[in-house]
Design a protein around this ligand. Sequence first.
Ligand code: BGC
Length: 524
Amino acid sequence: MNILIIFSFLFIPRISAVSRSPILIEKESFDSSFYAFPKNFSFGASTAAYQIEGAWNEDGKGQSIWDTFTHNHPDMIADGTNGDIGDDSYHHYLDDIKALKEVGFEHYRFSVSWARIFPNGTIVNKKGFDYYHKLLDQLIVNNIEPVVTMLHYDIPQWVQDYGGFLNPYFVKYFKLYAQTLYTEFGSKVKIWITFNEPYESCVEGYSAGTSPPLINLRGTGEYICAHNVLLAHAAAYDTYKKLFKNDQRGMVGITLDSRFYFPKNPLEGSDIVNRAMNFELGWFAHPIFSKNGDYPQVMIDEINERSNQEGRPFSRLPEMSNQVKEFIRGSADFLGFNYYSSRYVEFDNSEYDPTSQPTIYQDSRIKTSIDENWKRAKSEWLYSVPQGLHDALVWIKNEYNNIPVIITENGWSDSGELEDDDRINYYKEHLISVAKAINIEKCNVLGYTAWSIIDNFEWRKGFSERFVQDAFLQLNQYNGLDHKNDIAIIEMPSSFNTTEKSYLKFARLPTTELNDALVGSTVG
Ligand code: BGC
């Protein structure tokens, strides 16, 4: 049965800012089953400890590499700011939860600061537990499912002093940390994420050296880093499975980020897409989610060949023994997927100069580009390409046997403008892509998480790039009772803004309210 579905934008009058009447800008009629979300699909928002908590040295917290970096190098942060106070969520977490609740979000992804729990070494700081207990208790009271990331870039400084991700001992430290989290919070947390975006941590932190810990080991550092991340992730998974899963009945996954790649030259077709995807997403996903485990074959072959040409005795990509392969393979109950943007890709035919400085990008032998028509956000890397999210989900489904996926981040930056139609369009179009991937392609997507609920410290961009402010979108669907029937992203009125923070409102409105809102709209 064809049911009328209406996508609409509702501009809610705001106190102390512009106010407009509701405008219905799209009205289409199509098969609702293509655009509805499954009943048990969950909508949520995501944050990370260093970006929102503040309280950088309170209650026994130790320093993380981001504390060290921002204090030593304010010159390397776009606006010279840091996360010392940030959004002060450490003291104002109730406001955050109120916003989540008002919005109608069903899950909240946040990360734990490892340095609050283990400030200086392997001795636990019991005071560090309190904040997370309070946060978790409030989320549970409000019926919001906690999704907890163990490490979102902010490695404790003491772990870094031992070499961070490059030290094989990292695995032991991380396992202890994970086990401590399960023991302390496992009765309250059912969805765990070990790492956030290890691609970024390894490439920016240990290869290019552009983000903390600023280690410049191009062509080797990123691969050793990734190897230890995979081992640490698998150790955390194994610990849960053996010691906690029976009682706690939760899930453990990992969050990976990737662009999708479209072939620039149609003749290169799926080969070039697979090559590019394997050098980004597959680097971490293939060892965990593929049938046979190990790094993608294209990485093994290329890096081995280049290492040979460079006269090295062994490949720059660490080898996995059968035992290691087996340990890592299958070590996740779901994939957390962060998607923001896509690129065109073509094969790089240029001859390799083995005396040049290698990097993972060079090893991949791809050249990437953008389409001039893609709209760009404030962030220079962020172009809106909703089709890429759809195609990435389909790629994941085909490559990894339709594993469960939670979209753990998706969002759009600006400077904090009052009018953010670009963000509205971005969310709308990306949600449509997700719905299509689920309903038409049968991708196993369990949830969608907006980045973010609150404007926050955007790493090296400080507070100069904002992912939340003034978002107000309604994306509504009229459809059958067995589907969620309304999804909306609307602006949080500034009156709510008690702590001078901006919150994203991404709400489900009852259909009756929606109808009321549409009365007086310019169309229909
Ligand atoms: C990170 C977030 C970051 C967001 C926007 C993601 O890569 O996980 O911490 O704020 O992108 O740049």
